[in-house]
Write a protein that binds this ligand. Structure first.
Ligand SMILES: C[S@@+](CC[C@H](N)C(=O)[O-])C[C@H]1O[C@@H](n2cnc3c(N)ncnc32)[C@H](O)[C@@H]1O
Length: 169
């Protein structure tokens, strides 16, 4: 293989990998896993309880669901990317109260949600705000990592960029 051909193949390879990782950016966010510390703070802030239904909007490989499942009744993950959906299903296959759904979270109703976790983008948070207000019940909690929501803040950890919101009415 000549040197220019090698660079072309290498460039195409990087492009395909980047597209596979980040094309979901256009649907809500690319894939960046939340750290354990962030997930721990989210569980703490939301006071996730044994009767609660928990949602991870864009569940990636299912790591947040696995951390939340022992604390709640049901942990539901919605994932648009087919490969990450399969990975999340595989990773969580032995945990009975985890349900991974393949689809777009913008079209999934949240009426049964007690706690919703989002680690998305500024624009998707903006778009989700109305959905949260329309569908979520009083007392339910939204915890966002990285980006805030245009709602009255309930709790925050500025260092970890974890922001919690509670529906009062
Ligand atoms: C920043 S990652 C967060 C992953 C996981 N929640 C975590 O914290 O480790 C965002 C995830 O949302 C998924 N996603 C983006 N837009 C989506 C949409 N409209 N519906 C469902 N999943 C979506 C992406 O594929 C990606 O896995």
């Amino acid at each position: 293989m000549t040197l220019p051909a090698f660079f072309l193949v290498f460039f195409l390879f990087i492009l395909v990998v980047a597209l596979m990782l980040f094309y979901t950016e256009f649907f809500g966010a690319g894939y960046f896993p939340a750290s354990d510390r962030v997930v721990k703070r989210m569980i703490q802030f939301s006071r996730l309880g044994k009767k609660d239904v928990f949602y991870d909007m864009g569940c990636g490989d299912g790591r947040v669901l696995m951390r939340a499942a022992p604390f709640c009744k049901k942990a539901i993950g919605i994932e648009i990317d087919p490969l990450r959906y399969i990975l999340a299903r595989f990773n969580t296959r032995k945990i009975r109260n985890i349900h991974v759904l393949r689809g777009n979270f913008f079209s999934n109703n949240l009426k049964d949600a007690d706690v919703v976790f989002i680690y998305l983008q500024k624009w998707s948070n903006r778009r989700l705000k109305d959905k949260f207000l329309k569908e979520m019940k009083p007392g339910s909690v939204i915890v966002s990592h990285c980006w805030t929501l245009d709602l009255p803040l309930w709790k925050k950890d500025e260092k970890l960029k974890v922001y919690a919101y509670r529906r009062t009415i």
